[in-house]
Ligand binder design. Sequence first.
Ligand SMILES: [Zn+2]
Ligand SMILES: [Zn+2]
Length: 495
Amino acid sequence: MRISKAIVTLFGALFGALGVGFWLAPERLAQRFDLQALGVAGLSTLRADMGGAFLTLAFLCLVGAWMKRRALLIAAAGVLSLIVVGRILAFAITGSPAAMGANMVVEVAAVIALLVHARALARMQAAEARPVRPVRALVIGALIIGALGAGLSVAAHNPKVQDALVAKAVRTQVQRTNKALLGDDALRVAICGSSAPLPSPDRAKACVAVMAGGKVYIVDSGPESTKNLMRWSLPLDQVGGVLLTHFHSDHIGDLGELNLQSWVQGRAAPMPVYGGPGVEQVVAGFNAAYAQDEVYRVAHHTAQLLPPSAGTMIARPIAMPTEAQPHTAVLLDDGRMRITAIETNHAPVKPAYAYRFDYRGRSVVITGDTTAWAPLVEASRGADVMVSEAMNREMVAALQKVTGETGRPRVSHIMHDIQSYHLSPTEAATMANAAGVKLLVFYHLLPAPDNAVLRTVFTRGVDEVRKGRWDLSSDGSLYTLPVGSTDVLVGRVAY
Ligand SMILES: [Zn+2]
Ligand SMILES: [Zn+2]
């Protein structure tokens, strides 16, 4: 009786934690459940429906067990049984055992525990068991929790326990690798920096990792983005190249760190950095700035371990043919992966390029910074995914107004100027429609919308314009395009 009550309580607590989790961080929990949240409406469904369903289950389990209400326990068992039936149905339709998933084991176990406890309650009530003593139960519960807490606290202060925990954490961290993301079974696109020059606590500046065929290509290396790539345990020694859309600081600031980390991880040759004419100057500057660091590391760790010849970057300027529109140039084509630079309009910034990746029938375009630009639509035609910069003009105009009113005329002036050379979310949606892309992804978010209300305001009007799917990215957003399929899967980098 007590055991079954404890088990039902544990299930109740688990469901409660999941419910609260879906309320607070639906994107993160959705990943655990293999769910995809598309746009604000999808996120709302996760938060409201999934959060509500789990909290209802928690309520039925906990109130049923502690208030001795059999009907509630049976109701919880009924809901869970329907969920299990749904999973069996999914298995019958798809024929894939994955459709049932590991969650079914938990659900079946919860149904059994609920029914066992309901039966025990029925027996007890029939025998008119002793009246409940809530005070005694509370005291015993508090003592148990107190004893557990004290035990854990003592253990956490014990050096041996601490060392064991540290050793385990180090082993887990070191052994972790995300090499599978570079597999040749799909074209994968991860957002390693989703913000623009304005600071955001959880977002690095412009960076997109495109992965396929054992290589990772980095489109722009915005400040803080290398930290993301390292936290994800991506094999940075396999960087096939860095592709700069243009040379604004929010797109190049982490180039030195990216090169250094890639070299230290074992890259065998200088890192190619592609970009418009002028990339030579950028690369030479970073190479010069990091030259002393390279000398120290070689002296410390030996040239055998860190070959100096592989430690630098090498500029690969892409000249754009000027004859026919759109202006495009293929910078790499190995028979499986083709990368094309596309001239865009970020005037007065020139050159400014977008990049299109075509890998075994799947494709993605990354716009870089640009205005709405017909040649870019032309060159993006038929792509599976368009990763587009996005600036909410109304929000930037509000920043312009407030900074002007509060005695910051320089900032206000800049906020005015930048409104003319970026894409609004609805302009990007119009371009994506015209190009016929399956999924439009917003990144380079200006300003970064860092709460739910701002995210809704930022993408206001997109649903009305966009004919197709769209997603507002954050650092870690992952888009998977399996080879031999037309699917576009939305998820997050697991690390
Ligand atoms: Zn930018
Ligand atoms: Zn720019």
